[in-house]
Design a protein around this ligand. Structure first.
Ligand code: LER
Ligand code: MN
Length: 271
């Protein structure tokens, strides 16, 4: 069964959360009322976050956490696994280690998306080898903790390498990644980079562990021109059983998200 989640942020604003961090509680209530199974939590760092309390709040609404979105720290704290500065790489690994330990408590994945953005030009080969090396201790810790790391495919306007489903598989093969490393496939990015949605899903196979839903213009599904229902059906037919997570701008409006998420989930579940 495919699970549904949506982005909520714990401490700093993000364009993808319909609630500001100080209204996390209202956000959780909205998820539960709308029929979501879980939250996707955007966490920059753990200052001021009581993880045990956060888990209790999720539990009280019957919600899980699908993945911890970690990318805020790229801009906020300048973190990157592919920095030319070894101290920055060490800080990024340490931050990811915190996320992995929390993910073990919450039963969630940990996303690596913007944290793989390099601070200099690199060839694709150098990029892949360096990323594999930088991720290694994180992958090993995640394995010990029973946590999956999901590497997000991002479009060419956001990052220099690893854009398409084929790129992701090439990297996983080259880095000899164990099974606890999967792919986060975001249909907004895939619309730019993948030739065919169904073919990308088939290619990713069991490595596909998390999916972001937004429309072509990153608005709420239905307000752009992506074949949302067809993509969902293709996921279902491929036997995909992880999460579809709403990660869209608050467009056309916050109210659209708040009012239409429940009906969207209900419709998709019936497909
Ligand atoms: C994050 O999941 C994402 O898709 C990025 O485009 C955000 O920068
Ligand atoms: Mn995404």
């Amino acid at each position: 069964m495919i699970k549904f989640s949506a982005t909520l942020t714990c401490r700093y604003d993000t364009l993808f959360s319909p609630f500001p961090p100080e209204e996390l509680e209202q956000g959780l209530a909205w998820l539960a009322q709308s029929g979501f199974d879980a939250a996707e939590l955007c966490i920059n760092d753990y200052q001021g976050i009581d993880v045990a309390r956060l888990k209790r709040r999720l539990d009280s609404y019957g919600l899980g956490c699908t993945t911890i979105a970690t990318g805020q720290a790229r801009r906020r704290d300048g973190l990157s696994l592919l920095s030319g500065d070894n101290a920055v790489v060490a800080r990024t690994r340490a931050r990811l280690a915190e996320h992995i330990e929390v993910a073990a408590l919450l039963g969630s994945h940990v996303t690596i998306g913007s944290l793989r953005a390099p601070d200099r030009e690199m060839s694709k080969t150098a990029y892949m080898h360096e990323l594999a090396e930088a991720m290694r201790p994180c992958v090993e810790l995640a394995q010990r903790c029973g946590v999956t790391l999901v590497l997000e495919a991002l479009n060419r306007y956001e990052i220099s390498h690893l854009h398409s489903a084929a790129d992701m598989l090439e990297f996983l093969t080259l880095s000899d990644a164990p099974d606890n490393v999967g792919v986060l496939w975001d249909i907004f990015h895939a619309n730019i980079e993948d030739r065919d949605f169904s073919a990308a899903i088939a290619l990713l196979g069991y490595r596909l562990k998390h999916v972001h839903f937004a429309d072509s213009n990153r608005a709420f599904p239905g307000y752009g021109h992506l074949p949302i229902d067809d993509i969902y059906r293709a996921l279902k037919q491929a036997g995909y059983h992880h999460a579809v997570s709403l990660e869209c701008l608050c467009a056309p409006s916050v109210e659209t998200l708040l009012e239409e998420a429940g009906p969207l989930i209900a419709r998709l579940r019936r497909l």
